[in-house]
Write a protein of this length. Structure first.
Length: 330
């Protein structure tokens, strides 16, 4: 199957989608030899640029000591051997190079405004190591094109191609699944959806007073009026004397970190991550679970002194959080 022999400018709607879909499965770039064979100087330059000091790339004796015949090329270098070079790239950009399925595909995408490109990921599978003297060829076909996606860069389409690298005998030495985003530069990004509200507490007759006080920025602790025992979380009955009579005392908001954990996943969009969740031992003798704010997770430690800080999440929900007390914050 051959590509369209004319410019695709003006193809829109269903015609554009059909023309684009017709490229899937086509060879975009026929088998093309590298400009130069695999060679030691380029391997040395690559290893130096990458900071890779593995001697199998630069020292024949070291490579032979591992059972190799001599130095080998870093695996990821396979793509570098077959790059077009600057002059060929400029001809391709200017549209003066040879007409290929790739150039026709790019012209079609450009006609719809997809003129910018960014690579998103690359997945290699290697059959063998390359050695100096290998002459590599590469062929690339289009595996898939996504529907238009909204991205932070602008509306675009993800193109996935497969490149097959072979040696002079035609044996496959590596394959590469290569994904790029072709997008419309300068298109306004979609506004981010509003942040969802923090999940609501499950209110009941036993704990409603506590959350209502928190909205007023008062941290209350329930107290049994029969035996004076403080308790949290709130409940209908004293766990010590079984009395149902109670009142409250207002906590000072001072305490220490009794224990803590750092939550990373799963993520809820209403929270900021990493999320430090701590059990706070109040100086009144009770404990409650709250977030640590204003400190990196690595700075939180057990027994660290903390002070109360109110977090107003919205007009209906205010919750206590705690900040680590340092010498500077005393």
């Amino acid at each position: 199957m051959t590509g369209p022999e004319r410019s695709e400018e003006g193809v829109t709607g269903a015609d554009f989608e059909a023309a684009l879909a017709a490229f899937v499965g086509r060879v975009l770039s026929p088998r093309t030899p590298a400009q130069d064979p695999v060679n030691g100087p380029m391997i040395r330059h690559w290893a130096e640029a990458m900071g890779d000091e593995n001697p199998i790339f630069t020292d024949d004796a070291a490579a032979r000591s591992t059972g190799r015949p001599g130095v080998v090329a870093p695996a990821a270098m396979v793509q570098a051997w077959t790059m077009r070079g600057y002059a060929a790239h400029q001809r391709r950009v200017a549209g003066t190079g040879p007409q290929t399925e790739e150039s026709r595909l790019l012209a079609l995408l450009a006609s719809a405004g997809y003129t910018a490109v960014v690579a998103t990921d690359s997945e290699f599978a290697f059959a063998r190591e390359l050695v100096p003297g290998d002459h590599i060829e590469v062929e690339e076909f289009l595996e898939s094109v996504s529907p238009e996606k909204r991205t932070a860069l602008g509306p675009g389409r993800f193109l996935q191609t497969v490149r097959t690298y072979t040696d002079a005998s035609g044996a496959v030495v590596a394959t590469q699944r290569w994904r790029t985003l072709r997008f419309r530069p300068g298109a306004p990004a979609e506004p981010e959806p509003p942040r969802p509200p923090r999940p609501r507490p499950a209110l009941n007759p036993d704990n409603r007073f506590w959350f209502e006080a928190a909205r007023e920025r008062r941290l209350l602790v329930q107290r049994c009026t029969a035996c004076g025992t403080l308790r949290h979380p709130p409940g209908p009955c004293c766990p010590h004397c079984r009395s149902f009579a109670w009142d409250t005392v207002q906590a000072t908001g001072r305490g220490t970190v009794y224990s803590f954990t750092v939550a990373h996943h799963p993520r809820h969009p209403a929270f900021d991550y990493p999320l430090v969740i701590a059990v706070i031992a109040l100086e009144e003798g009770t404990r409650l679970i709250a977030n640590i704010v204003g400190s990196a997770p690595e700075d939180v430690r057990v027994d660290a002194p903390v002070a109360l800080e109110w977090v107003e999440l919205d007009s209906e929900l205010t919750l206590p959080a705690f900040r680590i007390v340092t010498e500077e914050t005393h």
